[in-house]
Design a protein around this ligand. Structure first.
Ligand code: AMP
Length: 484
């Protein structure tokens, strides 16, 4: 499928897609849409940024449009579960944007806001309900919603649900759904617990998998800065001053860490806000709105809070801390280089995080260029993985030809931005053809540089040229949950 017309979607949906300026389906859409239209269950391995929301929303809308029904009180025909409030809101916005020429009712059921409006919005039933698991169960237990009429159930970001401890809730919800439903499940990764859940939930599913994590990573200009732990805040300040930043998303491992980084940036005169689980829904929305509008250009987030933030135009992702789960790194850097923009991902890596870096490189099958900004690089080097960073053939030696596992500091001018190591741009770590990985052509020179290279290696996977506004209030939808 190379054109949306090939799917023969309902005319009203096709019109909305033209308005959104979507012409070519993404791979996940090409694989998923026909199966869902045909009523099959689907399990999709795909992450945010691949166009997976439209991959399930479009065929679901098509099926609803082709099968209108009188709504029963306190029911929904389609139930979409997502792990976070932000992602839920974005999914609902997508349904409303693609279905703006259909007369369908939809609602949002998320925590952090009062239940009253949600109870009212469900009173007369809706076609589409997008919810987070906890609030959904509260509504069911409070008799505001019955799940016996669900025709289609979507579980989005299943692996994240697992990380966030929602699996028991999901099993409770699934137990309340009718057996003769259609089920779609999406997950960026497939840990055993999720495979188990899939086996329990899905009937003879069509399996689709797109964008192996490596290919997303290849499209983003990624750099590592080797640092001393204590110097991280100062180096971050430096970076944010040096780089030409439209919007930067800075990741920390903990909420406390996020607040600390924000304080440090503010002290240095850099406007920054934190977004994490301790913030109220109102605060999160205010911060996100300021970030979207460009009033605040630096957002400091924890993984859970940042998950699913769909803000186009994030020019930089900075990993203040490297994640210990390599897939998380891929999720993080996927926040940039979205919707046709270019993206740069910079990670500060201290001695303890070297092991995390090695796992990440293994997963993305790239060896990332490294700049060394440690005070005494020749001293505290973490042990190198065998056959990896150093001493792995000629191309992996440092610029001095020193392959003994130590990276020498280069003594030419440092403007504060550090020096790039021997490795230049990312290149495949393990080429399939059996050649040593350093035999791969490199896009740029591997010379030492004294400033971070701001050249763009990234090409976004998706382009959303002048797409229509997906925010709440798209015309013709009955906005049940937002009081309009
Ligand atoms: P998602 O992976 O669903 O979060 O989608 C990522 C971004 O891609 C969103 O901004 C969508 O609006 C956009 N998008 C999805 N499908 C297409 C498409 N076929 N053509 C252009 N943009 C798209």
């Amino acid at each position: 499928m190379t054109d949306f017309h090939d799917f023969e979607l309902n005319d009203a949906i096709a019109r909305a897609l033209t308005e959104e300026k979507y012409t070519t389906p993404t791979p996940i859409q090409a694989q998923t849409i026909p199966s869902v239209m045909a009523g099959r269950d689907v399990i999709g391995i795909a992450q945010t940024g691949t166009g997976k929301t439209a991959a399930f929303a479009l065929p679901i809308l098509h099926r609803l449009a082709g099968n209108p029904r009188r709504l029963e009180h306190k029911t929904c025909r389609v139930l979409v579960l997502s792990p976070t409030r932000e992602l839920s809101g974005q999914i609902l916005d997508s349904f409303r944007a693609y279905g703006r020429h259909l007369r369908l009712k939809s609602a949002l059921a998320i925590g952090g806001v009062s239940m009253g409006a949600q109870v009212r919005s469900l009173m007369h039933g809706v076609e589409i309900l997008v919810a987070t698991p906890g609030r959904l169960l509260d509504l069911v237990q409070g008799n505001a919603l019955r799940l016996g009429g669900v025709e289609c159930f979507v579980l989005d970001e299943a692996d994240r649900m697992l990380d966030m401890g929602f699996i028991a809730d999901i099993r409770k919800i699934v137990a309340k759904l009718p057996a003769n439903r259609q089920t779609l499940m999406f997950s960026a990764t497939m840990p055993a617990a999720i495979a188990d859940l899939a086996a329990h939930m899905l009937r003879d599913p069509v399996k689709v998998a797109v964008t192996p994590t490596a290919s997303t990573a290849e499209r983003i200009d990624q750099r590592i800065i080797r640092v001393d732990r204590a110097a991280k805040p100062a180096i971050l300040v430096d970076l944010l001053r040096q780089e030409t930043i439209d919007r930067a998303l800075v990741f920390t491992r903990t909420k406390h860490g996020a607040d600390k980084v924000v304080r440090r940036l503010n002290q240095a005169g850099i406007a920054a806000e934190a977004i994490h689980g301790n913030k109220s829904q109102g605060q999160r929305e205010r911060v996100l709105a300021a970030f979207r509008s460009g009033k605040v250009r630096t957002l400091v987030a924890t993984d859970i809070a940042a998950r699913g933030i769909d803000v186009d135009g994030i020019s930089h992702v900075v990993n203040f801390d490297l994640p210990n789960v390599p897939e998380t790194y891929v999720h993080r850097i996927g926040r940039t280089a979205r919707a046709g923009a270019d993206g740069i991902a910079i990670s500060l890596c201290d001695a303890e995080e070297m092991a995390f870096l090695r796992d990440i490189e293994k997963l993305i099958r790239l060896s990332l260029p490294m700049t060394d900004r440690r005070a005494h690089p020749q001293r505290a080097e973490a042990p190198a993985a065998p056959g990896r960073r150093d001493g792995h053939g000629h191309g992996n030696r440092n610029a001095n030809g020193n392959g003994n596992g130590q990276r020498r500091r280069q003594d030419h001018g440092d403007n504060g931005a550090g020096r790039q190591s021997h490795r230049g741009r990312p290149h495949r770590a393990q080429p399939q053809n059996g050649q040593p990985r350093n035999a791969q052509p490199r896009k740029t020179s591997v010379q030492e540089t004294s400033a971070p290279d701001t050249g763009i290696a990234a090409v976004a996977f998706l382009r959303r040229d002048g797409a229509a506004d997906r925010r709440p209030g798209a015309p013709r939808w009955t906005d049940q949950s937002r009081g309009s």
